[in-house]
Design a protein around this ligand. Structure first.
Ligand code: 6PG
Length: 470
């Protein structure tokens, strides 16, 4: 009987492609799925490709070399627990389970603890890059017991995307660190996608540009310093024509966004940790507002707004949108990294931010040239408080900061929503303001609730109260 090196449970699009990727790198793979159709399709694809499909979980476990290494690729939530429960009775101490789904990081912590008494090592691994990435090189964010990662490293680093010969995979940290970092990746992903949507809206409705014109503009931007995978696919999307109607594909797609929850978790967690992530929040709210399509259709007939067509210099306006997108995108990364900085303290993850930026340079959905600057900034100063103040990022903040302000003003004037850009600008302006108006807020709190305030001329932490009604 063949001794397979890695098991993959869950042969949906991601599981199947990861299995083929692993097998192609010289690690024989045993797959399993409860779904008969998926098992049959995979069996046909695996045949002759260093992989096989096993009929049951016990068979899969029995066919694996010890210590067993099993990658679980099923939807986040109860399906992961069901697979773990099914596998557990057949596993032995030292065996390693990996969860490659978008699991909530606290679930990962719980699962790791539950498996500990049996000596089973649990790795929560963020996997990014979609179907194509899974097959040819994803970004991998594994977290959990470091000793287990060391055993997995040769296979994981072999299948991961490479940038300048370096794998987009590295040990992230203990417990739920890998899934936490993947969650923040997705929060940034939400933000950048929203910003791209706003740039598209400003050009389409504001500047009256055609899909072909916008395709050229996005493609040209992608060839510059701000190049990214999301920019690249936005250009490609704009170039696609609907076969049925002959119209640009985008024009026939309904404007209601879906979401699976990782972006929402990022915002929720940021609120819990007290970290400002306004662009990520705005991205979520953009999706939520898009989803109330019927209400918006009604409101569009009742609530008048300004004429959305821009009357000024069109090519200058395109340049304004470009600069705005570039700066706002940086704020999304800045927010994500400042959230991870706080999480690293709170959960004792000991995150290495230069390493995370390195991983994100390739394979994942938010891969972007900007990450090279971000990596350099954290390599120089691991304790960097915020990317917006890093020397490495100053060209992006300084050169284009004005464009963001102009684009937000333009959007407001035209009545085109740009919640992500406006949130990014607010983030920059708040962060760079020495004295914010929250002195008034403190006075209000003290007025109605005697909550106290600190004074500018006394040591921090000392509380004062005024008799406001005298
Ligand atoms: C990735 C993606 C991937 C998935 C998102 C989509 O990194 O490969 O982030 O994980 O496409 O979960 O999320 P929504 O359905 O919430 O947009």
């Amino acid at each position: 009987m063949i001794h397979y090196k890695i098991g993959v449970v869950g042969l949906g699009v991601m599981g199947q492609n990861l299995a083929l990727n692993i097998a192609s790198k010289g690690f024989p793979v045993a797959g399993f799925d409860t779904d008969k159709a998926k098992s049959e399709v995979s069996a046909a694809l695996f045949a002759g490709n260093n992989a096989g499909v096993l009929p049951s979980l016990p068979d899969l476990v029995a066919a694996l070399e010890a210590p067993r290494r099993i990658l679980i690729m099923v939807p986040a939530g109860s399906p992961v627990d069901a697979v773990i429960d099914g596998l557990k009775p057949h596993l032995h101490p030292q065996d390693i389970l990996m969860d490659g789904g978008n699991s909530f990081f606290l679930d990962t912590v719980r699962r790791g603890k539950d498996l500990e008494p049996a000596g089973i090592r649990f790795i929560g691994m963020g996997v990014s890059g979609g179907e194509e990435g899974a097959r040819h090189g994803p970004a991998l964010m594994p977290g959990g017991p470091e000793g287990a990662y060391e055993l997995l490293a040769p296979s994981l680093e072999a299948i991961a995307a490479k940038v300048d010969g370096e794998p987009c995979c590295a040990y992230i940290g203990e417990g739920g660190a890998g899934h936490y970092v993947k969650m923040v990746h997705n929060g940034i992903e939400y933000a950048v996608m929203q910003l791209l949507c706003e740039a598209y809206d400003l050009m389409k409705r504001g500047l009256g540009m055609s899909a072909a014109e916008m395709q050229d503009v996005f493609a040209a931007w992608n060839r510059t310093e701000m190049g990214s995978y999301l920019l690249e696919i936005t250009a490609a999307v704009l170039g696609k024509t609907d076969a049925e109607t002959g119209q640009p594909m985008l024009d026939v797609i309904l404007d209601r966004a879906g979401q699976k929850g990782t972006g929402k978790w990022t915002s929720q967690n940021a609120l819990d940790l007290g970290v400002a992530v306004p662009t990520i929040n705005a991205a979520l709210e953009g999706r939520i507002l898009s989803a109330v399509k019927d209400e918006r259709v009604t409101a569009s007939k009742l609530m008048a707004g300004p004429n959305p067509s821009f009357a000024g210099d069109r090519s200058r306006a395109v340049e304004t949108v470009r600069g705005a997108l570039c700066t706002a995108t940086l704020t999304a990364y800045a927010q994500g990294f400042s959230l991870m900085r706080e999480a690293s303290r709170e959960y004792r993850f000991n995150l290495r931010f230069a390493e995370i930026a390195k991983i994100w340079r390739g394979g994942c959905i938010i891969r972007a040239k900007m990450l090279e600057r971000i990596r350099a900034a954290f390599a120089r100063d691991a304790e960097l408080s915020n990317l917006m103040v890093a020397d490495e990022l100053q060209p992006v903040v300084k050169v284009d900061g004005g464009s963001l302000r102009e684009a937000v003003a333009m959007a407001a004037g035209l009545g085109i929503p740009a919640m992500g850009m406006a949130a990014s600008l607010g983030y920059i302006d708040s962060y760079r303001t020495e004295r914010l108006p929250q002195n008034l807020l403190q006075a209000q709190r003290d007025f109605f609730g005697a909550h106290g305030y600190e004074r500018t001329d006394k040591p921090r932490g000392k509380q004062f109260h005024a008799e406001w009604m005298e």
